[in-house]
Design a protein. Structure first.
Ligand SMILES: Cc1cc2nc3c(=O)[nH]c(=O)nc-3n(C[C@H](O)[C@H](O)[C@H](O)COP(=O)(O)OP(=O)(O)OC[C@H]3O[C@@H](n4cnc5c(N)ncnc54)[C@H](O)[C@@H]3O)c2cc1C
Length: 567
């Protein structure tokens, strides 16, 4: 059996290595247009920032490794230019010599990835404007920010008595993963960084009120954000500076510009081969990664996958799914019955020592689908036992089905151990867990690692409390219409207060019940929701109609940022 694999990075390289492990006799040809196979594109922003010092560290496995260790005919600088499904052949062009050869296949695997979106804007090809996709891209950016202009190379022409060097400026277009990661690395490199983002938030998969926390955090670390303003074009200004012009007419001068406007599945070859393209613009595959042609498989960023929670077709450009899909294609080609379960979009981004991570459905996705059968909670548990040094709060939003408690998705932000909470929750989600399962999850605990009630358990306990009716819930948007009761201590009010709330500290509540209305909903607030819950329990048992405002003052802070008011 002869298998040709097009694309030699995450999905392709994974497929090639697995194929060899499963079939010693298969003839495997893997072609890669670029100069490297199996490189770590996830590490590119950190190479730009100098965190990863050597370019060679990005090269996970070389062409030679594939040849010698896996007996794979691995060809770099080799582009597949045409697939002829009837003849079962692929035309290959040597990128350096231009020579075209034809190879036949029994099975073909496409893993061409998703190139960066590059709109035809005026001036987009000016020197100093880059995208971050490949090792050569990162190398060019690194060279440019070190020596790209006289200014960047150390102000050679800047003489005189001035000892303070003006800041170098970077403009990043797009506030997604790659944009934010590159922005952080440019800050580390001493750049004054602005991010221009057409959408009204960074990190589009997050719900907006959670993204607001990320935005505040990166701004605290010196990144300027221009949200809701698309880039209109680029102009060469004096001294090698590029003026980035936005649709609102603003101009951001830059010594370097990074384009990170998202990616689009590469379907060029698939289209010429007549393969079915899905509604989201990716190659349509079944759960065994088979395209509409049974001898052609496709994996990675180029394919559409089923969203694990909503069942919708979606585009998920992540390394984990690409690697797993590569393995699955290899399994199926060698006769195994492996299947891709769908993708949850589980993601994480690290920024200035903190992390934002998520898995599963967001609230905005459910709203877009018209799904009303969900509830959400906000909670702020400590990353580990509060009495052990270094505990940091994790801001969490957890979404679950009202009707049966199925866990649907979570988003978490914080400076300590966010990843393990979302990883645990992601696994639970894939196993079809309910919030009652999260309550009961047995997770490792010692004070420096977690709490006896881990944030994962805690989210299950709070959510289950809501569904069992122990903790009727309200959210800020509706709470304001009711009677607001603040049960915090007087000293806390000096720091932050809600003017319309009646204040009775929790310790005095039993003695002051007469001050509360029996004919209105009482929305109880505290700082994070915990004391409000205790107060709600007390009031419910005393015959009041009480509800806990989820996340208390902490959730107010970012919901407030959302629209500037409680409404
Ligand atoms: C800067 C950056 C940071 C990232 N960070 C993360 C992260 O932290 N976490 C995460 O999960 N994901 C991350 N990703 C995404 C992740 O790298 C991709 O999801 C993954 O690499 C997709 O694998 P793939 O095989 O589909 O495509 P790719 O890995 O992009 O490989 C496709 C390859 O196919 C080659 N190719 C295309 N067409 C042809 C052709 N006709 N002939 C020959 N070769 C061809 C291309 O040259 C390319 O090298 C990041 C991506 C980038 C660019």
């Amino acid at each position: 059996m002869k298998v040709i694999i097009i694309g030699g990075v995450a999905g392709g390289a994974s497929c090639a290595a697995r194929l060899r492990r499963l079939d010693e006799k298969a003839e495997i040809l893997m072609v890669e247009r670029g100069p490297y196979v199996s490189y770590a594109n996830c590490g590119l922003p950190y190479y730009i920032g100098g965190v990863i010092e050597k370019e060679s560290s990005l090269l996970v496995a070389s062409e030679r490794t594939f040849r010698e260790q896996f007996n794979v005919d691995c060809r770099v600088n080799c582009e597949a230019i045409k697939i002829s499904p009837d003849k079962k052949t692929v035309d290959l062009r040597n990128v350096k010599t231009g020579k075209v050869t034809t190879e036949s296949y029994d099975k073909l695997v496409l893993s061409p990835g998703a190139p960066s979106i590059r709109p035809p804007l005026p001036g987009i090809d000016l020197p100093g404007i880059f995208e971050v996709r490949t090792v050569p891209d990162a190398r060019t950016i690194r060279e440019w920010i070190e020596t790209g202009s006289l200014f960047l190379s150390g102000m050679d022409s800047y003489s005189g008595f001035q000892t303070v060097r003006p800041k170098t400026r970077a403009v990043v277009i797009g506030g997604g993963f790659i944009g934010l990661e590159t922005a952080e690395n440019l800050v580390h490199r001493g750049f004054d960084v602005a991010i221009v983002e057409m959408g009204d938030q960074v990190l589009a998969p997050l719900d907006q009120e959670m993204a607001r926390i990320v935005e505040g955090y990166v701004e605290k670390h010196g990144i300027r954000l221009a949200l809701g303003d698309g880039v209109a074009g680029f102009k060469q200004a004096a001294n090698g500076v590029i003026d980035v012009e936005t649709q609102s007419g603003k101009i951001y001068p830059a010594d370097v510009v990074i384009l990170s406007l998202g990616v689009r599945p590469d379907t060029t070859l698939a289209k010429t081969a007549g393969l079915e393209i899905g509604q989201r613009g990716g190659i349509r595959v079944d759960e065994q990664m088979r395209t509409s042609n049974p001898d052609i498989f496709a994996v990675g960023d180029a394919v559409e996958v089923k969203d694990f929670v909503t069942g919708e077709w979606s585009l998920i450009a992540l390394a984990g799914p690409a690697n797993r899909q590569g393995r699955i294609a290899a399994d199926v080609i060698t006769g195994r019955d492996s299947r891709f379960r769908g993708s949850q979009g589980t993601s994480i981004i690290g920024l200035f020592g903190a992390a934002a991570a998520w898995t599963g459905a967001s609230e905005k996705t459910l709203n877009r689908l018209g799904d009303k059968d969900y509830e959400k909670i906000y909670l702020y548990p400590n990353s580990h036992a509060g009495y052990y040094p270094g505990a940091r709060p994790i801001a969490m939003k957890v979404i679950f089905r009202k009707s049966d408690g199925r866990f649907l998705g979570a988003q978490a932000l914080g400076e300590d151990n966010v990843d393990k909470r979302i990883s645990a929750l992601a696994m639970a989600l894939q196993m079809g867990a309910t919030i009652y399962d999260l309550e009961e999850a047995e997770l490792c605990y010692a004070p420096q690692f977690g709490s006896a009630k881990d944030p994962v358990n805690f989210s299950g306990m709070v959510a289950a409390g809501v569904l069992r009716g122990d903790m009727p819930l309200s959210h800020w948007k509706t709470a304001k219409a009711g009677f607001l009761l603040d049960v915090r201590e007087p000293a806390e009010l000096a720091v932050e207060s809600v003017p319309e709330a009646v204040h009775i500290p929790i310790g005095q509540l039993r003695a002051r019940l007469a001050e509360l209305p029996r004919d209105r909903e009482i929305h109880v607030i505290c700082r994070s929701g915990q004391r409000a819950y205790y107060a709600t329990r007390m009031l419910l048992q005393k015959g009041f109609n009480a509800k806990t405002v989820s996340g208390g003052l902490l959730s107010l802070a970012h919901n407030h940022l959302l629209d500037g008011s409680l409404n």
